[in-house]
Design a protein. Structure first.
Length: 118
């Protein structure tokens, strides 16, 4: 059964860093584009970063470009999102998914909470 499990969220002060993990089971990540999304309270889910199925192309939302980095460990079948210079507006639930756009067929993890606050 295809499953994604996120971890690594938490409470961090502005300017701090977190690394989120998205561990896949039941399938090989290399066969899919993988996206990171986030949803803040009262707001729609938005795309944060994307990795192509081949892993050689990445993209970022303008709001996180230069601060966030998406990467893959094929041996662990895990995708990471390194988040630096965090801001309060980065607060939200972060999800990984089996696509870079929201489709009816997209598989989602359960999400991990990120809170940036002093």
């Amino acid at each position: 059964q295809l499953q994604l499990v996120e971890s690594g969220g938490g409470l961090v002060q502005p300017g701090g860093s977190l690394r989120l993990s998205c561990a896949a089971s039941g399938f090989t990540l290399d066969n899919y584009a993988i996206g990171w999304f986030r949803q803040a309270p009262g707001k729609e889910r938005e795309g944060v970063s994307c990795r192509s199925s081949t892993g050689n192309k990445t993209s970022y939302a303008a709001s996180v470009k230069g601060r966030f980095t998406i990467s893959t460990d094929n041996a662990k079948n895990t995708v990471y999102l390194q988040m630096n210079s965090l801001k309060p507006e980065d607060t939200g639930i972060y999800y990984c998914a089996t696509s870079c756009v929201i489709l009816v067929t997209t598989k989602w993890g359960q999400g991990t909470q990120v809170t940036v606050s002093s």
